[in-house]
Every structure is written in structure tokens, then in C-alpha cells.
Design a binder for this molecule. Structure first.
Ligand code: PLP
Length: 409
């Protein structure tokens, strides 16, 4: 059978895996435990054979969603989590130990920055570098370096990491290369194409898309050979070496830490994921039109959006993301406009945290997600005091532009 396209594959994924009664959706399985008729089979599943035991380690519903994420990322396997943060925490805490060194992009989501602080407190050395140039990543290398982490398209500054060059170098040095693909989504960029070992997606954002469920996922692209990774514990060094990393992440992250995705949420996310490509194309087109309009507005001082020719990584974004630039932008207004008064005047855009929803959202960054870290760290991450994050939805674009026009008046 010919390989189907992105949307066809997702739409028919459950059906192809043969759902009972010919249902076209994998049903929600709320059962906490799974019974066995044969004790030997029960023991085999506990010892690594694929199957279900206790829902903390997954259900048929989460497995069906994981299959879709693997298809989207062209990966070898996926483990789902309760949130994107749970997926990130499971990855870092399962694969790194005290004394190891992690190189991370300095342009990352604020809560991920905080998580790296927790990791450092447990003895993992963390270097933050400007990953828009691979030379900065390479310069941070030490004998203890185990992992490199970056977002493909950074929240909220929209920096585009030097993804391919970092991937090439990680392969040469046999480092685990982790890419958080939440903002670009696998529709704009597959982590595997830039050499990622593991790809993280917050399913709460574009993939779910409707702001009605939280979730996260880690996908192994199959590119990394885990036989040479010394932090894989003996019980997980069985089966195909390409699966060892994900097995350890699942055992530690789900079984031991319990960051499990509920079936109901998995079901909603799977339904949302069916239209990822359509929603993303519309949101990207809306974003470009809005960014172009605002870039000429006298009350706007600066726009951070990779679709504008003045963005430092405009060309790279065009090449990596197929001439689409994502649905998130940073906006800095001129000093004369009172930021909070402006926000209070918006009618269509919703004043709320979150991103990747069908509805457009706006949030001041320095006062909210990036408040706790203080001014110095904000400066390193490129967040000025009047930085507004706008997550552009799929509304009719003239309504978004009109809302800005009236609120800026
Ligand atoms: C939101 C976000 C996360 C965390 O995802 P949750 O599902 O909200 O926990 C991680 N990385 C990036 C880039 C994000 O935007």
C-alpha cells in the first residue's frame, strides 16, 4: 500500500489498527487494571512484552494516540504524558544523573527554564547557550556532556535554533539530541529530519488544538543508538537498542513518577490532532498577515516573527518549516502606550496564558511566566518588560487586525 499523506494517515490510524465493531475512533478505556487469563502471560507483560497491566503505564487509548504521534513525527515509538512538562521532566530525570552535563538553548519556555534549575539542584550541570548558532553549542562541550536540548521554534522569542548543524554535531559526538517541537509541530518540521534523537511535543498546544485537554509526548526518532549510553539501567538493555531510551523514560516517567495521560484527555487530543495540518496552515497564514500589518503600525516598536524578512533566522525558518513560520509572535509596543490599558481594550484576542488554541490569545511575559526568574535571566532570554506574546488562532484575520487597530487607537 502506498504511503499516505500526513492528514490521511492520522485520520485512518485507529481504523487501520482494527478497532472493535468497526468503530473509527479508538474508544476511551477508563479501566485502571487489565486482567489476564494466563499467569505466564501476566509475567511476560511485566517483564517487557507489549501489553497492559495497570493504567499508570498506559492504556489502549493512550497507545492509539502514541501511534498517531509516531506517525506525525515519523518516529520509531512514542510515550505520552499528562502534560508537556511531564514529558520534559521524564526525559531529563530518566536519562541524566548527577555529574552529567546538559547543554540547553537559552531561548526556552519559562517553565522549562525553571525545570532545568531543579535538575541543576540535583547535581546535573546545565549550560545555557545561544543555540541559534551551533558554534555556541559546540563551544560548551565537556567530557561529561550527555545531552543537548533546544526548542525548534522558541517560546516566546521565536528564535529558530541552528537545528541541522546541532544535529550533525550531536551525531558525531554521540550526544542525545532532544528537540521540543511544540511550536513548530511535526506538520512544519519533523525532529527526525534535523537529526533529533528524541522529540518532545506538548499535546496541550497545537496538536490537541482546542484547549480542552492537557498532554505531552516523547518520540524516539530511531536515529540514536542507545547501546553506547551508559545511563541506561541493565533491565532496559533488552530488545532493539533503538528502543532502550524510550523504555527507560516510560518506566521512570510513568511507572515511577506517575505522569500518566488519562484516557479521556488522550481521546480528545486524538480528535483534535485530526485537523492539525488544516488549523496550522490557517494559523500560520493569519500570523503572517497580522505580523505584516503590525510591522507598519506607528504604535508598534518591534515584532518578533520569523515570517518577517527582518527576523534574524528568517531564511532558516523558511527552509526548515517550508515557508510557514508558526503561529506565535512577540510584540513590543512603543513606550507611550500603556501595556495594561491596551490589553484591557482587546475584544477578540483573549487575555490568557496558553498557546496553540483555535482562539487567539495574548499575554504579557515579564509580568507572568517570566516573572519569577528575575530581570537578569529575562534579559538573557530576550524578554523585555513590554514583551507581549500573541498566540494566533484560526479566526477570520480581519477580525484580529481590527481588534489591534481599535485597541491601539
Ligand atoms: C507549553 C509548552 C510546554 C509545556 O507543555 P504543557 O502541556 O503545558 O505542560 C513545553 N514546551 C513548550 C515549548 C511549550 O510551549
Amino acid at each position: 500500500m502506498a504511503k499516505n499523506g500526513f492528514t490521511t494517515t492520522i485520520l485512518h490510524s485507529d481504523r487501520r489498527a482494527s478497532v472493535e465493531h468497526g468503530a473509527i475512533h479508538k474508544p476511551m478505556h477508563p479501566s485502571s487494571q487489565y486482567a489476564f487469563a494466563d499467569a505466564r502471560e501476566l509475567a511476560a507483560v511485566f517483564q517487557g512484552k507489549p501489553g497492559f497491566t495497570y493504567a499508570r503505564q498506559g492504556t489502549p487509548t493512550t497507545a492509539a494516540l502514541e501511534a498517531k504521534i509516531s506517525q506525525m513525527e515519523d518516529g520509531a515509538g512514542t510515550v505520552s504524558f499528562a502534560t508537556g512538562m511531564a514529558a520534559l521532566a521524564a526525559t531529563f530525570f530518566s536519562l541524566l544523573k548527577a555529574g552529567d552535563h546538559l547543554i540547553s538553548s537559552q531561548y526556552i519556555f519559562g517553565n522549562t527554564n525553571s525545570l532545568l534549575g531543579t535538575l541543576a539542584g540535583l547535581g546535573v550541570e546545565v549550560s545555557l547557550v545561544d543555540a541559534t548558532d551551533a558554534r555556541n553549542v559546540i563551544a560548551a562541550h565537556r567530557p561529561e556532556t550527555r545531552m543537548v536540548f533546544t526548542e525548534s521554534l522558541a517560546n516566546p522569542g521565536t528564535q529558530v535554533a541552528d537545528l541541522q548543524a546541532i544535529g550533525d554535531w550531536c551525531r558525531e559526538k554521540h550526544l542525545v539530541y532532544v528537540v521540543d517541537n511544540t511550536l513548530a509541530t511535526p506538520w512544519l518540521c519533523q525532529g527526525k529530519a534535523v537529526g533529533a534523537s528524541l522529540v518532545i511535543n506538548s499535546l496541550s498546544k497545537h496538536i490537541g488544538g482546542h484547549a480542552n485537554a492537557l498532554g505531552g509526548a516523547v518520540t524516539d526518532t530511531g536515529l540514536y543508538d542507545w547501546t553506547g549510553y551508559e545511563n541506561i539501567a541493565a533491565p532496559y538493555r533488552g530488545g532493539k537498542p533503538t528502543s532502550w531510551g524510550l523504555t527507560q523514560i516510560k518506566k521512570k516517567g510513568l511507572r515511577d513518577m506517575g505522569g500518566t495521560l488519562a484516557s479521556e484527555a488522550a481521546h480528545r487530543i486524538a480528535a483534535g490532532a485530526e485537523t492539525l495540518a488544516l488549523r496550522m496552515d490557517r494559523a500560520c497564514a493569519n500570523s503572517l498577515a497580522l505580523a505584516q500589518f503590525l510591522s507598519t503600525h506607528p504604535k508598534v516598536a518591534k515584532i518578533h516573527y520569523p515570517g518577517l524578512a527582518g527576523h534574524p533566522q528568517h531564511e532558516r525558518a523558511a527552509q526548515l518549516f517550508g515557508n510557514r513560520y508558526g503561529a506565535l509572535m512577540g510584540i513590543e509596543l512603543v513606550d507611550e502606550v500603556d501595556l495594561f490599558d491596551f490589553l484591557n481594550r482587546l475584544n477578540v484576542l483573549i487575555l490568557a496564558t496558553h498557546l496553540g488554541d483555535n482562539r487567539s490569545l495574548v499575554l504579557p511575559m515579564a509580568h507572568t511566566i517570566y516573572y519569577e526568574m528575575g530581570a537578569e535571566r529575562r534579559a538573557l532570554m530576550g524578554i523585555s518588560d513590554n514583551f507581549l506574546r500573541v498566540s494566533v488562532g484560526i479566526e477570520d484575520v480581519q477580525d484580529l487586525i481590527g481588534d489591534f487597530v481599535q485597541a491601539l487607537q
